[in-house]
Design a protein around this ligand. Structure first.
Ligand code: DCP
Ligand code: CA
Ligand code: CA
Length: 344
């Protein structure tokens, strides 16, 4: 049977939740992120509503820049615990629509519809119903993309934002992709894109001119994936939560720090959260990965693989802290971020 995949992504998620909770802000630019401190704040924008985007504000830009772009915007702190609760409510709804549901982040999930809808028309009805139920129950809008695989479903949803629904059928895939920017392909980030632009390749249609061999030569194994992706081919399966292969957490410090006490305190929190997620997902780990990013934005990871999968919290704590300690001893630069990832 031909695969049909649905991708759902909430619109301007954190900011939309704030808008719902504070109707007095409706119609105004809303920015969720670090404290702007009248333009002197550190930290970044988590997200903003579409009105704020008109001023050039985006996720990830410095909050001080957002302030300069639009000082009259409503600036709100990141109320992550609340967004997590809202996310859980949304995902409870999403999960009902297919037994094969992969939640990829707080506001995003894939559903495999292959066995549930025989045609794209039926898939579209499922998507409309899902959007409608989320709006009725949670008063929030989402955008849905549907296609023959995860790659196409996700690009379709990105193209249909906000509050959209876009279906890309198998015979429409190549035409759909050709005019799009190469960075729409997940895996093609700014660095890869730069290399491609240097040789005159900006659009996915242009990417198709490069042979598989050339792409392999330029990017290694992942080059092969780019070759396929440019043609709309993607073999990634929708992996339901219980089969997910890794879990983890990370923390970015409010200010870069060398203070071991602070670092271990944050790490303890990550350990506890990761362990909670592990229990919740009925997950065992074999490999422990500790990630750290220094103030110069260099990211490094250290890992330890056990002989056998485990669910032992004390063992996890001991091994993870050893890895972190190793990092702190070998590196004297201030830390920006620490993280922990567990793989099966
Ligand atoms: N987020 C964040 N920092 C980033 C990117 C995102 O904290 N650099 C958070 C805030 C977002 C949420 O994750 O609300 C979901 O991210 P999305 O990339 O899906 O962006 P939005 O939902 O905000 O907007 P869009 O309507 O474009 O999906
Ligand atoms: Ca989103
Ligand atoms: Ca998202």
């Amino acid at each position: 049977m031909k695969k049909i995949v649905l991708h759902i992504d909430m619109d301007y998620f954190f900011a939309q939740v704030e808008e719902r909770e504070n109707p007095q802000f409706r119609g105004k630019p809303i920015v969720v992120g670090a404290d702007p401190k009248k333009g002197k704040g550190r930290g970044v924008v988590s997200t903003c509503n579409y009105l704020a985007r008109k001023y050039g504000i985006r996720s990830g830009i410095p909050i001080s820049k957002a302030w300069r772009l639009c000082p009259e915007a409503i600036f709100l702190p990141v109320n992550i615990e609340f967004y997590k609760k809202v996310s859980e409510n949304i995902m409870e709804i999403v999960k009902k629509y297919s037994p094969k549901c992969e939640i990829v982040s707080l506001d995003e999930a894939y559903l495999e519809l292959t066995d549930l809808s025989k045609t794209y028309k039926e898939a579209k009805e499922i998507a409309s119903q899902l959007k409608k139920e989320i709006f009725e129950k949670e008063k929030l809008t989402a955008t849905v993309g549907i296609g023959p695989n995860k790659l196409i479903a996700k690009i379709a949803s990105q193209r249909a934002k906000p509050n959209g629904l876009l279906i890309v059928k198998p015979n429409e895939v190549e035409k759909f992709l050709e005019p799009l920017d190469i960075e729409m392909i997940s895996g093609i980030g700014p660095k890869t894109a730069k290399k491609l632009r240097e040789i005159g390749i900006n659009k996915i249609g242009e990417l198709k001119k490069l042979s598989k061999e050339k792409l392999k030569e330029m990017f290694g194994k992942v080059g092969e994936y780019f070759w396929e992706a440019a043609r709309g081919i993607d073999r990634e399966e929708v992996i339901p939560e219980r089969e997910r292969k890794s879990i983890g957490r990370q923390i970015t410090f409010e200010e870069d720090t060398k203070n071991p006490e602070l670092i271990f305190e944050a790490f303890e929190e990550i350990l506890n959260e990761t362990y909670e997620a592990l229990v919740e997902n009925n997950f065992s780990f074999k490999t422990i990965v500790v990630v750290r990013r220094t103030s110069d934005f260099r990211t490094k990871q250290l890992s330890k693989t056990l002989k056998e999968p485990s669910r032992n919290f004390l063992l996890l704590k001991k091994e993870a802290k050893k890895l972190l300690l190793k990092f702190l001893l070998e590196n004297k630069k201030p830390l920006r971020l620490v993280g922990l990832r567990l793989k099966f």
